[in-house]
Design a protein around this ligand. Sequence first.
Ligand code: NOJ
Length: 558
Amino acid sequence: MSTSPEWWRSAVVYQVYPRSFQDTTGNGVGDIPGVTARLPYLSDLGVDALWLTPFYPSGGADGGYDVADYCQVDSQLGTLSDFDNLVAAAHATGLRIIVDLVPNHSSHLHSLFQSALGAPPGSPERDAYLFADGTGTDGSNPPNNWRSVFGGSSWTRVTEPDGSPGQWYYHLFAPEQPDFNWESPLVQRYFEDVLRFWLSRGVDGFRIDVSDALIKDTAWPDTADGNPLIPKDSASPVHDIYRRFRQIMDEYPGTTSVLETGADEDTVALFLRPGEMHQAFNFRFLKCPWDASALASAIAESLGATSAVGAPATWVVENHDTARAASRYAGEGGLAGSYVPSSTTAAQGAPDRGLARAKSLAVLALSLPGSAYLYAGQELGLPEVTDLPDETRTDPVFLRSGGAILGRDGCRVPLPWEGAAPPFGFSNAPQTWLPQPPGWASLTAQKQGEDEASTLSFFRRLLRLRRSHPALGTGRLVALTDPASAAESHVVVATLESEAALALGDASGRAAGRTQVVVNLGQCPAPLPQGRVVLATTELEGAQLPADCAAIVNLYAD
Ligand code: NOJ
């Protein structure tokens, strides 16, 4: 385990979706002891840290992102002592633990929201959330026209304790996810306690959900498009929240944070200024279509924005909100490579092409300077599951669109570990919370572990190489194909140099330390530079890189 307090600047973080990782109780739902049981697999894979999506008690309206108690473990997933055991075992194995913090909204079942419902308008209890009077003569219209991310109005009307129709509360997401009022001192103090609760249990950091949206324009003006007004500029009070978080985290040296924010790079960078948070997910890279020019500019602009504030970039190819990359990139001409939160289009296209592209993007993600995020199952090359029976689907995106949008369940199907039939060692239950496709028999971790040509073996090699190669992850990007020439060549070449080689300073020493990552986004083979190929996504013949493939080449053979 790296002993540097800044370990997170170049860490590989593996995202665990606990409900889908490993069930140890036979209820068909993954749990915390299941994560502990699989630590040897993760350590063998070669990651540095785990990020666990929410495992707290929840109303189950949004895959755990509707938290009913921030300082407890959902009884389906285990106990606090199971969590303590996980932290201890992970640390003993050399792995760090990052937990999810959901500060924008709670579950409607949270005691603070229940108290707010029981208290009168204008009370301090109501002030912990965003309540407002309705419009129209009898207040029966919502306070404004803002739309929820999951569809429909952002406002839900409550019945007052005396039975009369009452105020409305704001929810950026589902009605079961009321937004906190971050101008309330009570909320600020509450979350300071939540941070300390987990930090004092030994966690190494937080992934912060919807991090840029905590402050709303509470004059509640209508907007032309129904989108909410959420100030994020450099002077917005949202930055004070993170300065306070940072002060607390600095009391626990070596801890980190990673922000979930869909804002543009320059806005995201404001949250990463000195004294604010540590890093943010690179959604620009995650959403990038299979297009050389778009990829080159995503890399250049995200590195430019983060380095301007002294923060590391992050590289993300998959997460629990996005169709699996092996399916997302399967489409003709790369169009399916754009951000696809639903699984509707993911089955179209050629699966082999999708997997080849997914591996190539992983090569880039794990080579470029900064930290990299892997989503559980990405290392198995799992495809999106597009044919889940409707009655098994749980995503509010599916439920609230009346099934018109399939939603995100297709990338959250429990992992296949071993054996020839579901539940593939994930559980002893005959039925798992989402059913696994029988065809995953060829994709189990066990089967792939025995096959040198498998996706899992490839990821293991890639992660081992990243650890041993000084230019990967911790190096510097010294040259990158510019977007205009990438549009011509359909090839992206990132030239990396290790810090040690840079320190040598003289031209010959520096050139010898150079490594190129080459990704071919075109349809014809592309020439590889002269040098020693240290890894490729496919078997190479001569110095040609086939379409959809990537290679890492040390420029001067050593
Ligand atoms: C982002 C999370 O990743 C997603 O799963 C969730 O639905 C929303 N935030 C709301 O919490």
